[in-house]
Design a protein around this ligand. Structure first.
Ligand code: HPA
Length: 249
């Protein structure tokens, strides 16, 4: 089979359908790891084939710690995807990463627990130690950054994504610790997704959409969940034009 998919996209909070997909078909994929978050929708976008999967389900029924990351990545790989962009809602820790900023991170620290983090923990599976010094694929990161420039959309190139367990937001002390650790962003879904993509030798990069300042980083005493979704809706509008430029190049 030639590569039928030019790009796979995993939509996060606020991105449950990919707008403007033509000739779309839904594929329900049986995986050895159980059900994916839902059907993969395959369709044409700017005359290229894309595969779209809503990470939390199309009605946002799966919290971050219950997403079947292995099934999702396996399904996209099985369909023939070779590169995957994860769209992730995040909180901004760094002062220039406020609400509606878009970041293409280049590093990760994983604070999650109790998730299946590898394809290697199935009986009889080959044990594979992957290099993860650079957790995102440099060429795909660069393609996202260049595409954003062509689309006239400001993105921040680089930053460290701290992956937390969720679904609750963090305490101020947790964010202060993450800041000391070197995290610039905080989100609940960046891991193990990135590591699983690497195990399958898929190109993978993240478009992080900042929904709020993380706890203690903004002026407000509390974080409003309504505001998170309002900022996310605004930032999400930038995703199709950026990906259109990635696909055209
Ligand atoms: N923390 C963790 N995940 C998030 C946040 C946050 O503040 N905002 C959006 N996703």
């Amino acid at each position: 089979m030639s590569h039928p998919i030019d790009l796979a996209v995993i939509g996060g909070s606020g991105l449950y359908q990919f707008p403007g997909l033509e000739n779309a078909t839904r594929q329900s994929i049986d995986t050895p790891y159980g059900p994916a978050s839902g059907d993969v929708v395959v369709g044409d976008f700017v005359s290229r084939r894309i595969a779209f999967l809503a990470r939390h389900g199309e009605s946002h029924t799966l919290p971050p710690h219950r997403v079947n990351y292995r099934a999702n990545m396996w399904a996209l790989h099985h369909l023939g995807a070779r590169r995957v962009v994860g769209v992730n809602a995040v909180g901004g820790i760094r002062h220039d990463m406020g609400p509606r900023a878009i970041v293409v991170p280049d590093q990760i620290i994983d604070y999650t627990h109790g998730r299946y983090t590898s394809f290697c923990d199935v009986e009889g599976a080959e044990v594979k130690h992957i290099d993860f010094s650079e957790p995102y694929t440099a060429s795909l990161r660069a393609a996202l950054v260049e595409a954003s420039k062509r689309a006239g959309i400001a993105v921040i190139d680089g930053g460290c994504y701290g992956a937390t367990q969720g679904p609750r937001l963090e305490t101020r002390a947790e964010i202060a610790r993450m800041k000391r650790d070197g995290c610039d962003l905080v989100g609940m879904t960046g891991m193990p997704e990135a590591a699983l993509a690497r195990e399958l030798e898929l190109d993978y990069a993240c478009l992080a959409l900042v929904a709020n300042f993380a706890a203690g980083c903004g002026d407000e005493a509390e974080i409003s969940i309504e505001e998170i979704f309002a900022h996310l809706a605004a930032a999400t509008a930038a995703v199709p034009p950026i990906l259109a430029e990635v696909l055209k190049s």
